[in-house]
Each structure stands twice: as C-alpha cells, then as structure tokens.
Write a protein that binds this ligand. Structure first.
Ligand SMILES: Nc1ncnc2c1ncn2[C@@H]1O[C@H](COP(=O)(O)OP(=O)(O)OP(=O)(O)O)[C@@H](O)[C@H]1O
Ligand SMILES: [Mg+2]
Length: 337
C-alpha cells in the first residue's frame, strides 16, 4: 500500500497555493500578493516576470517564510516543498530549510556578505552551521565551491574580503553560499540586474550550467523578458499582486493570452524585429489602490465595460497555460517570434 504522506513521484518540488501576503500600511492592511498559485518541478526553471511593484519579491519572500521581518504576514496559502508544508513551521526549522533545501540569491547580494570576514570564512560558516562538518572540511569545501562557480585562483581568493570582488564575482560568491549545502531549489530574485551586460551573461550561463550539473530547480525572478526567455521553461506573469498568465516560455512569447503579457512583449527592445516599441500606458498602481474588476483594466487597450466590475479568475487556457482575463477567448493577441 502506498503511504498517503509520501508525495507521488510526479509531485512538484515546490507547490505554492493561494499564497497571500499582507502588509500593515498607513492605508490599513494591504494585500500586496493575492492567492498566488504556481509549481516548480524538479530540475526546471520557473520564471516570475512583471513590472516593478507587481509583487514578485514579496511572493518569493513569502515562499521562504521571510515576510515577517519587514512587517508582513501571510494570512492564507500553502507552500509545500517535496510535499511538506512550510507555512507554520517553527522559525528554527524554517532557517534549516532555507539553508539546506532552498538556496537564495538576490540583486546586489554583496550587501548580505559581511565585509569583515573573508569569503572563505563565510562559505565555511554556512556549511558548518547547516551541515555540521569540521572547520577543516568546511575550508576545503569552500575552495571547491569557489571553483564550482568559476572563480579563478579559488585557493587564493578564498582568503579575500568581499570588497576585493567585482559585482559579477561577488554574485558568484553568493551563488557558492546559496549552493554550498546542496539545495534542491534555488530562488534567484533579479540576480543579474545590477551587473553590466558581460557579467550578466556570464552569471546567467553559470546558473544554467550549475542547474544541469546539480539537477537544481530554479525559481527565477526578473522584470526582463529577454532574460526570462533565456532562462526559463515555464513562466508566470504577475500584475498588481496576482498571476495574470502562466504558460510554457515559448508559448508565452509566441501566443500571449493576456493583454498585459502582450503589452509587456511590445514594450521590450529587440523583442520584435522592425516593430515599434510601445510603452504600456500608465504605471502599476500602488497596492492600496488596486482597481476593482480586472486590476489591469485601466491600462488595457481591449477593456470592455464589465472588466471594470467583474474580477476574472485564473483559468486553464489550453496547452498547460492559465489566463486571468474575461475576454481571453475573444482576443487574438500578437506575440513575438
Ligand atoms: N515592507 C513593505 N511594506 C509595505 N509594502 C510593501 C513592503 N514591501 C513591498 N511592499 C509593496 O508590495 C508591492 C510589491 O512589491 P515587490 O517588491 O514584491 O515588487 P516587485 O515585483 O519585486 O518589484 P521590483 O521589480 O521593483 O523588484 C509593492 O506595492 C510594494 O510597495
Ligand atoms: Mg523585486
């Protein structure tokens, strides 16, 4: 007989359901992400894309149980890793999960490196805290980790301090720390946004290579559709705290189903040869002022009267895609090749 507590072999590695994030603000409690649902399968890269303020970072922090320190809470939802519920776990246990099972890397994560300690010490400390290995083993493994993330002369550089590393090299150090306890999932929130073009390309390639080599799953967050196209297998598009479309990456670019996705695609340079860039009119409204009905309707070129009052659900739209638009069936939106 099968154990009902064992996840089925096809179960996703990460399963997020109905996740809602709320902050107390001067406008009262405000839900900055609402009923977010997605899954990340073993070995795949799942992307979250959307304009600034759409709720990508708060969603990833909520997955990690980390909205508390910035004054937020997750009043609803479920986050399962390998079938195990993370929401409601004691803080200590969550910290263990964050080191051992989920690695994280952020934009300008150099700021989370301690300037007073060598990078080797910082990698070794993480491994000692999470894996309980000896100081000597940890030091040896720290050099191996720096080699793994492609830092030249690792045996020497392990003794250097964070300020001695360029932005790109510092992101590699952060990757070494994120991966040193062999997590199954890496959460990468705009990991290359602060880097120059060359360093960005190198770090993205590194993440892809490491993913192949280590069989990692990645939750990859970016506002940059070009980067998303390079990195991801499946993508969810966020707008105003909600997922508005989700699809396999090629499908999303070729055949967007939500007017917001189509508008995002048109607003990106190089996305369409010869086509004029069209900025999306207006901005993402602040979280306390998200409109009734479809939250995108004030900026939508296709909006009908009922879009102002009827809130669309996220519904299946064929080929594994989901869309949150009342008019999705009637629109023929243009994608990019
Ligand atoms: N600590 C906080 N207190 C109150 N509101 C917050 C807090 N952190 C984030 N928010 C609000 O939550 C919403 C979503 O923010 P979030 O940082 O997740 O956006 P994002 O999609 O990651 O944007 P970006 O591309 O700029 O990183 C925004 O309206 C933001 O102002
Ligand atoms: Mg963010």
């Amino acid at each position: 007989m099968t154990d009902p507590n064992e996840p089925a072999p096809s179960a996703p590695l990460l399963e997020v359901k109905g996740l809602t994030v709320e902050f107390r603000t001067e406008h009262g409690p405000v839900q900055v992400a609402r009923e977010v649902c997605f899954t990340v399968r073993s070995g795949e890269t799942f992307g979250l894309v959307g304009e600034s303020g759409s709720g990508k970072t708060v969603t990833s922090l909520a997955v990690l149980g980390m909205v508390g320190p910035s004054g937020g809470r997750t009043p609803a939802g479920s986050v399962r890793l390998d079938g195990r519920e993370l929401r409601g776990l004691p803080r200590r246990e969550l910290r263990r999960v964050r080191g051992n099972e989920i690695g994280m890397i952020f934009q300008e994560s150099r700021r989370s490196l301690d300037p007073a300690f060598t990078v080797g010490d910082q990698i070794a400390e993480t491994m000692r805290a999470h894996l309980g290995i000896s100081r000597r083993d940890a030091r040896r493994r720290a050099v191996e980790m720096l080699e793994l993330v492609g830092i030249p002369a690792a045996a020497r550089r392990v003794h250097e301090y964070p300020h001695q590393f360029s932005g790109g090299m510092a992101q590699r150090v952060m990757l070494a720390i994120a991966l040193c306890c062999s997590p199954k999932l890496l959460i990468a929130d705009e990991p290359t946004t602060a880097l120059d073009v060359t360093a960005q390309a190198q770090v993205l390639r590194l993440i892809r290579d490491l993913q192949d080599e280590l069989g990692l799953a990645v939750l990859f967050i970016s506002h940059d559709l070009g980067v998303i196209a390079q990195m991801c297998d499946r993508v969810a598009v966020m707008y105003a705290g909600q997922i508005v479309e989700q699809a396999p990456v090629e499908d999303l670019f070729l055949r967007p189903r939500h007017p917001y996705t189509a508008a995002l695609l048109r607003s990106v340079p190089n996305a369409r040869d010869g086509a004029d860039l069209v900025a999306i009119p207006g901005v993402v409204p602040p979280a306390h002022a998200w409109p009734a009905g479809c939250r995108f309707h004030p900026r939508c070129a296709h909006a009908a009267d009922r879009c102002a009052s009827e809130a669309p659900g996220l519904v299946p739209a064929g080929d594994g895609a989901l869309v949150r638009c009342l008019l999705a069936d009637t629109l023929a939106l243009e994608g990019v090749r």
